[in-house]
Design a protein around this ligand. Sequence first.
Ligand code: C5P
Length: 244
Amino acid sequence: ESFGEKLYEGKAKIIYATDDPAVMLTYFKDDATAFNAQKKGQIVGKGQINCAISTYLFKQLEAAGIETHWLETTGDRTMRVKALQIIPLEVVVRNLAAGSLCKQTGLPLGQRLDPPLVEFYYKDDALGDPLLTGDRIRAMAIASEEQIATLRRLALRINQILTDFFMGCAITLVDFKLEFGLDTQQQILLGDEISPDTCRLWDQTTDDEAQRVLDKDRFRQDLGQVEAAYQRVLEKVAAQSAKN
Ligand code: C5P
């Protein structure tokens, strides 16, 4: 495929323009960062793995009626996506307590959250991606009341679809982060990626707290075997996709 002008380089991906202004090309890098880029490293082969996993998961969501930016996966690290005006929010859904939720609330690791939590973080590196409230989102004019309600509804629906899908892989979807954007008709579409970089995934076949981790926490917490864990997720996701 042809790479046009580089539009944006993020921590894990590069976005290129294409001949068509309505289409962009996403390139998945091996670079990994954690703790607001204070920890940096590389996970060899991650780009291919995350591109493949994201492709499978976008296809699952599309099949279930969720509109995403994904159009076509054109190479082992590249996908063509619809150009979106990104909404500067990270929408996090949590089924079990982990990560920053445990740190900030004292809830024990693995505590079930029923109903699941939906949280909005401001996508701003300089501010350290702070947790927002609905009132703050309105005050900052990031999204309207109606758009916030739509984001919450979509996030919860995506959570149902992905939780069921990963259950078929014998993986628990602990939590994950989504990003959304607006198309030319002001419709809200799912953007970005869904991968072990953006989800917490626990292997249901072991209770061992370190061994069960199949996601970026292996990198964040220096648990080792990061590539192997990502590869394992890809194999399970591919096998489960072949079933339905
Ligand atoms: O760190 P925290 O517990 O808030 O993360 C919740 C979920 O969101 C995790 O699955 C994490 O991988 C994801 N996340 C992300 N990008 C961020 C922050 C969190 O993908 N900038």
